[in-house]
Design a protein around this ligand. Structure first.
Ligand code: GLA
Length: 396
């Protein structure tokens, strides 16, 4: 039935939770087991909801499990919109989790690498933690040396979103909404934000972002999932092959703030216009690669017309999984997990190694509020911020 939870799944989970409570468990498990699907559910797109954890202030947080008609599965919590698992078939039909994550809700409450989260109000860096709109200067908390990263100390990845699940004939998903107050993390204007996660029966996972404001502000929303198409925790991603549809990129200084130049990728390690194995690019002797400790750069997409454009294609030879990224955004931050350093409580059990995952964060360019040559990220009252990104999974 449309727009309803699967009642059998919900009932089963409620029973499991009650049993856990009676047995004296104070915390529900981070990724509760799924109810076995009924024959009818197997051929449908379904969603179920379970308790995921509780914040120190007592706020309860949920975990939504979306399953499409092909058995592809997405788990996402309304804490930061974090995707905790993404199960995708390989070339033999075997389904494996392909996103990195943490062991428990308490770990996600900190989540230093921003695993799986919605990033806002301004994704990526704002130099010196300040910017001007209409001659008024706004100062932000600095959480990345002298700069502001991913919306500040408590960005959109660390807030609880309202969540409204939906089930349709050809898709299933959750509408996440959050109002960021005027002055929150230093940004002006009450920002009404809506991010819709949709899993379709074509194995697409899409993100539709929408925002409005009551004062001029800056907005740059993105999704920070880390992928390993060979399977979560399965070593590094250096054997993955990448194509990025970008003729140019934005070079950075040693603090990863763009210099303001837009440079050709020709004859640089950033030329991914023809398929390249990542191993051939992250260990080269190049100043930009040194600054990023690997690739941590914004690619200027070839996009010439409005609407969705193919930004990147990634394939993993051993499993034959392929992931394509389409977006309406003008850029994509390609980040090769350079700061992963074995210290996290990885859900895979083994520590995440350097380059143990990659991110393709579709976005406007970093530090745009301070870079007049970059496309503007200013949103004014009466305007709408609309952005869409689709990750499509297949096998070759
Ligand atoms: C983005 C940034 C990186 C890093 C990661 C999170 O990709 O560009 O420098 O901050 O997020 O660790």
């Amino acid at each position: 039935m449309k727009n309803e939870f699967s009642s059998s799944t919900f009932g089963w989970l409620a029973g499991a939770l009650l049993a856990a409570t009676l047995l004296g468990c104070s915390k529900p498990p981070p990724a509760p087991p799924k109810a076995p699907p009924t024959p009818e559910e197997k051929s449908k797109n379904t969603i179920s909801k379970a308790a995921f954890g509780t914040l120190p202030d007592g706020t309860a947080v949920d975990l939504f499990t979306m399953v499409n008609a092909n058995g592809m599965e997405v788990r996402a919590t309304n804490y930061g919109g974090i995707i905790t698992a993404l199960l995708v078939p390989d070339g033999t039909g075997k389904t494996t989790d392909v996103v990195l994550g943490l062991k428990s809700f308490d770990e996600y409450a900190k989540n230093p690498p921003y695993f799986g989260a919605i990033i806002g109000r301004y994704g990526n860096r704002i130099g010196k933690g300040q910017f001007k709109i209409d001659d008024q200067t706004y100062k932000l908390p600095k959480n990345d040396g002298p700069n502001t990263l991913h919306g500040g100390v408590r960005g959109f990845d660390k807030v609880v979103w309202q969540a409204e699940p939906f089930e349709k004939e050809d898709s299933v998903g959750v509408i996440f909404t959050y109002t960021s107050k005027d002055g929150e993390e230093g940004f002006p204007g009450n920002l009404q934000t809506r991010v819709t996660y949709t899993l379709t029966d074509k194995n697409e996972l899409s993100f539709d972002y929408h925002a409005t404001t009551d004062k001029p502000t800056v907005v740059n929303l993105t999704q920070h999932s880390y992928f390993n198409l060979a399977g979560d925790g399965n070593g590094d991603v250096l054997g993955h092959e990448f194509t990025i549809y970008a003729n140019e990129y934005t070079p950075v200084n040693k603090l990863l703030i763009p210099t303001g130049k837009i440079e050709s990728v020709t004859d640089t390690p950033f030329d991914f216009r023809n398929k390249v194995k990542l191993a051939d690019r992250v260990n080269v002797d190049n100043e930009q690669i040194k600054f990023g400790k690997g690739i941590d750069h914004n690619f200027v997409l070839k996009k010439k017309q409005p609407g969705l454009t193919l930004a990147a294609r990634v394939s993993e030879p051993s499993t034959r999984r392929v992931m394509e990224v389409h977006t309406t955004e003008p850029g994509v931050q390609f980040y090769t997990g350079n700061f992963l350093d074995d210290t996290l409580a990885a859900k895979a059990g083994k520590p995440y190694v350097k380059h143990g995952g990659f991110c393709l964060e579709t976005q406007h360019y970093p530090d745009s509020p301070n870079q007049s040559a970059f496309p503007s990220t200013v949103l004014r009252p009466g305007e709408e911020y609309n952005s869409k990104t689709v990750y499509t999974f297949s096998v070759r």
